[in-house]
Design a protein around this ligand. Structure first.
Ligand code: CO
Length: 216
């Protein structure tokens, strides 16, 4: 437990700082949560979801996994989405990737790391779907960054195609799905030019986003 001493001390200071601003903060939040956003991001320790968008506890529901993958058979991710959309009624789902993603890199280089290789097959599928455009990029770092962007775009499509999002749209619930990418080098989040608010926009927006991505 000694190893956690710092963390526990930090936590006390953090809770105190929040209570100084708003003495009722935790009691109010303990009664209910009504976040506006669902964040689906990478587990990478350098991409701290709530922190990098300056939100407080209670404002964003979060799911993270290696390389921010949304697989149609992943009941963990699907359950998070279903709860967020049907019960919490979030208005926005943000898929956020990041440049220099270790998971995307391992997929690209076909590294043998163990069990995770199976998970990263999903990213290799993205790579295979965009083989032609990726092969035209000379530098390996640029190719990796492009794959990081394309991976986000594909996951936005996957989110939008789930029964959860499709049903929400069909019953007229307001829900937008967005793709963003974060840069470890400057701490900035960039929109990838795809925000989908209904089934009609899906393919057109996707194709547009694939053509134009932030780093070209
Ligand atoms: Co990552």
């Amino acid at each position: 437990m000694n190893d956690l001493k710092n963390l526990l001390e930090n936590n006390r200071a953090w809770a105190e700082a929040i209570k100084t601003n708003n003495p009722e903060f935790f009691q109010t939040l303990a009664r209910q949560q009504s976040p506006t956003y669902l964040w689906i991001g990478c587990s990478d320790s350098r991409v701290p979801a709530t922190q990098l968008v300056g939100l407080l506890p209670g404002e964003m529901f979060v799911h993270r996994n290696v390389a921010n993958v949304v697989a149609h058979t992943d009941f963990n991710c699907l359950s998070v989405m279903q709860f967020a959309v049907d019960v919490l009624k979030v208005s926005h789902i943000i898929v956020c990737g990041h440049y220099g993603c270790g998971g995307v890199q391992a997929a690209m280089q076909n590294l043998k790391l163990g069990l995770i290789d199976n998970w990263l097959r999903h990213v290799q599928d993205v790579m295979r779907s965009h083989e032609t455009s990726l092969s035209q990029i000379k530098g390996e770092a640029e190719r990796l960054n492009k794959l990081c962007e394309l991976n986000v775009i594909e996951q936005v499509l996957n989110v939008s195609r789930t029964t959860i999002v499709q049903s929400a749209w069909n019953r007229g619930q307001e829900l937008a799905v967005h793709g963003c990418i974060y840069s470890l080098e400057d701490g900035l989040l960039r929109a990838l030019g795809l925000s989908i608010t209904g089934p009609d926009e899906l393919l057109e927006t996707y194709e547009e986003a694939v053509k134009v991505s932030v780093r070209g």
